[in-house]
Design a protein around this ligand. Structure first.
Ligand code: COA
Length: 385
């Protein structure tokens, strides 16, 4: 090839970076061929069945599951950091109750960074401490924001409860039932990490500039808000609401209506949230575990009509386009049944994903290179005024 030919060659552009491998990671492995997801080598289904969210958080940060002493040390720091600080509460109270909970959550993450005593320290030790503190503090933010929208006050955390049970306690002020805690714990584990998704990549881009951990997480929260990413769990519930949740309906009646709704939506070329995935093309590895948790919640709350809506949409999408549900599809109605407001769903995802994001932030820093891709210019040729 001559030099002249080389200069006119159009570079290959991979829109959305689809299929582009940008770096190594040891945090998690998504394998779409085998529909599997490993956190630090462990199948996520096994972690969801056998571990607390605290154990999984430790695993993501440290690469190994904790022994009893290590777990106790993490739990002690987490419990010490659970209360909503009065200055953070003041900032939340300054926001209108109409603000989207993801905006509240993003603002709180930023404030928690600005007031952290290690704010400008990005050593591995400081970052680990900041990651744990942020993870510990987020449930109070999410819970209080939901409560204030209902005119309710802050509920103080309880030291006798694990992360998931305390999250539910701070939101609802009632002792949560064991199977509800279990389903919530499963969701927190499944949402914790998923390799180079849009928000994690955002966190890594920000980190690659050597900005601090809270800046990276704040940016990641922004990326997660979109309905093509984390915002889909909220959007799933809007779909259910649009179809109409009718408590008196049987499973079959609800399924028939949902089926018809989906056929109509697809005929109008609508994208239906909670279905499809950039990486998984034959089903999301996390869905069966989350669906089992949803089934338990449907039985616990006695709401078969929700299962009807779920089945009707899923079957209609499968027969029309063979597109499978993603994790957000069973997670949305699960959180609805537990009593969370629909806009609170994605902030719950934030509280969970803080673990994965910060594990990636620390990994990025351990072998950093500024992330700065190129673009191909297709604007005006050079011109003068
Ligand atoms: N509803 C209807 N059609 C869908 C769909 C959905 N949820 N997801 C994908 N498709 C269709 C597209 O319309 C497209 O069809 P076409 O080839 O006839 O135009 C085809 O499937 C490929 O979709 P595309 O958006 O190009 O795939 P992608 O890999 O870029 O997108 C998502 C992946 C996740 C962005 C996409 O599936 C989506 O928008 N899903 C809904 C949002 C969601 O649930 N996000 C959470 C992800 S965990």
């Amino acid at each position: 090839m001559t030099v002249q030919q080389e200069t006119v060659k159009t570079p290959e552009i991979r829109k959305g970076l689809a299929g582009v491998v940008v770096d190594y990671t040891a945090v998690s492995k998504v394998n779409p061929e085998t529909n599997s997801l490993l956190y630090r080598g462990y199948p996520v289904q096994e972690l969801a069945a056998k571990c607390s969210f605290e154990q999984v958080a430790y695993l993501l940060w440290n690469g190994e599951l904790p022994n009893d002493r290590e777990l106790a040390a993490l739990v002690a720091v987490e419990r010490a950091g659970r209360a909503l600080a009065s200055d953070v509460k003041t900032v939340i109270d300054s926001l209108p109750t109409t603000a989207h909970p993801m905006d509240v959550c993003r603002t709180a993450a930023s404030v928690l960074g600005a007031r952290h005593k290690l704010a400008e320290d990005s050593t591995p030790e400081a970052n680990m401490k900041k990651a744990i503190d942020l993870w510990a503090a987020m449930p109070a933010v999410v819970a209080y924001d939901q409560r204030r929208r209902h005119g309710q006050d802050v509920i103080e955390p309880r030291d006798d409860l694990g992360y998931s049970a305390n999250f539910l306690w701070m939101t609802f002020g009632e002792d949560p039932a064991d199977d509800v805690v279990e389903a919530f714990n499963v969701s927190m584990i499944l949402y914790a990490e998923h390799s180079f998704n849009a928000s994690t990549f955002t966190a890594r881009v920000v980190t690659s500039t050597l900005a601090d951990l809270h800046s990276a997480v704040t940016a990641a929260i922004g990326a997660l808000k979109g309905p093509l990413h984390g915002g889909a769990n909220e959007a799933v519930m809007h779909t259910f609401d649009e179809i109409g949740i009718r408590g008196e309906e049987t499973l079959e009646e609800a399924a028939t209506r949902a089926h018809a709704w989906m056929e109509d939506a697809l005929a109008q070329k609508k994208k239906v949230m909670g279905f499809g995935h950039r990486v998984y093309k034959h089903g999301d590895s996390r869905v069966p575990t989350m669906k089992a948790a949803l089934d338990k919640m449907i039985a616990h709350y006695g709401r078969p009509e929700l299962l009807g809506l779920y089945n009707g949409l899923e079957q209609a999408m499968d027969s029309a386009k063979s597109i499978k549900p993603n994790l957000d599809y069973p997670a949305g109605p699960t959180y609805h049944l537990m009593g969370f407001d629909t806009p609170t769903f994605t902030p719950i995802f934030v509280a969970s994903r803080i673990t994965g994001w910060t594990a990636h932030i620390m990994e990025q820093l351990s072998d950093n290179s500024l992330i700065r891709p190129l673009s191909e210019y297709n604007g005006h040729k050079q011109r003068s005024m």
